[in-house]
Design a protein around this ligand. Sequence first.
Ligand code: FES
Ligand code: FES
Length: 183
Amino acid sequence: MYVDNAGWTPRRRGAMIFPRLLIRKAVMPSFELRVNGSAQTITVRDANEPLLYVLRNKLRLTGVKFGCGLAQCGACTVLIDGAPARSCTLPVSMAAGRAITTIEGLGSPDKPHPVQAAFIAEQAAQCGYCTNGMVMTAVGLLAAKPNATIDEAKAALAGNLCRCGTHQRILRAVMRAAGRSPA
Ligand code: FES
Ligand code: FES
């Protein structure tokens, strides 16, 4: 009979491992999420798992980006009940039962959201890595203040970083979406 270096047979080792796996699976928490208008039930290992990981890895909504993971850059911004939120530090448990909107839920290539259309018109992206956060933050701003001023746009976007230095075009796009003259 095969015996491993610790003196265990395969049957004995399996008996030690599988009950633990079954117990772990039995206690994994599940949450009901409302993402882009559709109900999703997800199971995670840890109720503190960031919403970002659930959106990207479980629901395959990869428009939302991982930048810093520390709520410092804005690349992971989604809307929670219409307000911008950093999904990299938001535990999935705290998003349960709330309306989550990702950039996939805004518009489509054929029918972009007005803010997406303004970003396209102003060519407000270079590498595009920050674009999700910029667009979602702008959508949140304009939902609250449809005719936001340039100063209000600057304040709203102050925490969103763009490594490519596209800020002027981004502000022009937000002003276009707000129905104002470009900055
Ligand atoms: S990845 Fe969330 S703020 Fe940077
Ligand atoms: S366009 Fe590259 S980080 Fe903003």
